[in-house]
Write a protein that binds this ligand. Structure first.
Ligand SMILES: NC(=O)C1=CN([C@@H]2O[C@H](COP(=O)(O)OP(=O)(O)OC[C@H]3O[C@@H](n4cnc5c(N)ncnc54)[C@H](OP(=O)(O)O)[C@@H]3O)[C@@H](O)[C@H]2O)C=CC1
Ligand SMILES: O=C(O)[C@@H]1CCC=N1
Length: 270
């Protein structure tokens, strides 16, 4: 199976690195394009995959095509591919935020039965701990959705969800690595304020967050609050910090941030 990536920036590179590391496919089965041939060759060389000269050539070559360009670039890319898509049965996977299956279909008027699969991954696919949502239009066969799922299972976990839940998923998983890094950085700055070197403080905060997520994930019947209660010794240090966080509306602030991502995704769809 040959997989093509149109766009090889942050996300495509993360997925390719994870895919190759998982040994699901070899670099030899992966093809990419970027905005220039020179850049495609440079990135392909770094990743150990093939660069092709144009998006049209890529679409002709591969069995599955992943659109990994910014949402605003997708209309131009699909317009350029419309002739090929009218003759070739090529499932297209879009990872773009804010573009629905219906939006994508409207961009390929030459093939009213074009197969589109929508995936929302996150950056953690780089270390094969990504979380990806998958949905497909009615023209996609079960086996093709399964193949898309296999690609993203190789770089983490996948959830087949209804398209109506994509915005919610995007805020919870697509965007949340950025918020988690912000939290880690904020803790690390506190460590610096209180006397530790930045690199050491960041390493400690990162390992604390990683272990906390691993513990929560490993427990079968405990909620986050059950674990919070276990960390808070009566009259101790943690509860003092927890009260301070909630005095500053930590929970409400996080919910408001995720609501803002949903609102932005809605704006991008219009
Ligand atoms: N970043 C993230 O965490 C996530 C992003 N997404 C989605 O993934 C998509 C890509 O995001 P991201 O990787 O961050 O973006 P980047 O800006 O890092 O990468 C975009 C890539 O598209 C290439 N490109 C631009 N125009 C063309 C063209 N006409 N033909 C071929 N390639 C082109 C760019 O080439 P060049 O490098 O030469 O400029 C670049 O390689 C977006 O739609 C985003 O919504 C989804 C989930 C998470
Ligand atoms: O910021 C964005 O729009 C993309 C989608 C999810 C993560 N990054």
């Amino acid at each position: 199976m040959k997989i093509g990536f149109i766009g090889a920036g942050n996300m495509a590179q993360a997925i390719i690195k994870g895919l190759v590391a998982s040994e699901t496919v070899t670099g030899d089965a992966i093809y990419l394009t970027t905005s220039t041939v020179e850049h495609s060759q440079e990135v392909a060389g770094q990743l150990g995959v093939h660069a092709l000269a144009s998006n049209e050539e890529l679409a002709k070559t591969v069995d599955y095509l992943i659109l990994a360009v910014k949402p605003g670039v997708i209309p131009t890319v699909l317009t350029d591919l419309s002739a090929i898509l009218s003759t070739k049965d090529l499932p297209i996977i879009s990872i773009a935020a804010g573009l629905t299956l219906a939006d994508l279909a409207n961009l390929v008027p030459t093939n009213p039965q074009q197969k589109f699969i929508r995936v929302m991954p996150n950056m953690n696919v780089t270390v094969r701990m990504g979380v990806s949502a998958i949905t497909a239009n009615t023209f996609v066969e079960e086996q093709e959705t399964f193949t898309a799922q296999t690609i993203f299972d190789a770089v983490g976990s996948t959830y087949l969800i209804a398209e109506k839940d994509f915005r919610n998923f995007t805020s919870l998983a697509g965007c949340s690595p950025a918020y988690t890094y912000l939290f880690i950085d904020a803790m690390s700055r506190a460590g610096v304020k209180n006397g530790l070197p930045k690199a050491l403080a960041t390493k400690i905060a990162t390992e604390a967050v990683m272990g906390s997520a691993a513990l929560l994930s490993a427990t079968e019947d405990e909620t986050p609050w059950d674990l919070i209660d276990k960390v808070c010794s009566p009259g101790g240090t943690t509860v003092a910090g927890l009260v301070s966080l909630e005095e500053d509306a930590f929970t409400a602030t996080v919910i408001r941030a995720l609501d803002a991502t949903i609102k932005r995704d809605e704006e991008m769809t219009k």
